[in-house]
Design a binder for this molecule. Sequence first.
Ligand SMILES: Cc1ncc(COP(=O)(O)O)c(C=O)c1O
Length: 402
Amino acid sequence: MKKLKKENNRRDFLKKCSLSTVPFLIPTIGLNAMSFEKTNDKVLTKNQSSVNFIYDGLALGPTEYLNKLQEINKSKPIEPDFYGGGGTTKLIEEEFAKITGKEKAIYLPTGTMANQLAIKLLNENNTKVIVPENSHIYRDEADAAQSVHGKRLIPVGKGKSYFDITDLKSTIDYTNKNEVFKSGLGTVVIENPVRRADGTFVPIGVIKDISKYCKENNYKMHLDGARIHIASAFSNISVSEYASYFDTVYISLYKYLNASGGAILCGDAKIIEQISHQIKILGGTVFQSWNNTSMALHYLEGINERWNEVVIKSEKLITALNKLNGISITSLKNGTNIYDLILSNEISLKKLAIFLYNEHNIWLGRANDKGIVKFTVNESLLTRDYTDILDAWKKGIEQARN
Ligand SMILES: Cc1ncc(COP(=O)(O)O)c(C=O)c1O
């Protein structure tokens, strides 16, 4: 019985961290090393919210999620939507249309659906869509474009974080010269920040060049901006400026806005007004979505200010941690909230992770095969005192020395 309970707790924790289902994208850390003795509720009774160095958002567990919804509902009663219409869902759509400077925005159950419907509709009768080779659309959407929507994805920029105008032009040139039966290219996609390149952002000059070329040649542009506010915080380019170079923009509601799922697609009314019918065709029309949209709307308010604070606080913390013996945290070129953490041989990552988790409710990711931990900062940093976090690390490093 006791063993079963322990196993259930362990499973709860794994579930909360999405670790049981996500094979490699999420660094499953020292999590292997953690004791898993504490359930989310026990940690909460210590009245110490978690600081995680693993995710883009707060990774709220069920209790925290429900408490937060209660808090939101108490301060202003949540208005339910009806099959996606009205209530908080309408409010968040209006808010995102404003933020991106687009005519309209619409809620969808997933980002995958938002991406796929955007390229399908933007492309009209054209069959070809150019996508980054390392993008979610190309690699992680189960060939939906080809199998459901009759669109052929052409990947560009293999082996690079992002493709530039030269890569784009040479791919278009190559297809034009080498294909006998011409079918049109309709849309070019950019993902920013790039998930498979450790969240690095695409330089604004590259986006501008591509956008100008696409306008001149009558190609539409779609932005997979699942984490666009994070790119914005680290690149100092506003979300509205990013959006201005694209016809449609998708933004996730759960990566850093802490909902349990959901997506927003923004663009011209002509496109967005076709989306709800398409969602229904795909069986994605959900009775009510206020549980996601009220949470995301809550975290959308003041997001720029909070992420500016994350940038400042994390820089301060990283500078202080780099002064400790045996720890090195470096930023990436065009980096956003993901850094490379390397420990010297005399410090055990396993001991450090267990200590931080058990004693301080601080979560650290696992090392990859090169011994690098992807040290990820997010809003959870703002929920605790800076000195407490630094002291926890100092103690942890000393405890973890072999
Ligand atoms: C860059 C990017 N685009 C799209 C998606 C798809 O989002 P969803 O899980 O809501 O389908 C993800 C999710 O991992 C992502 O990281």
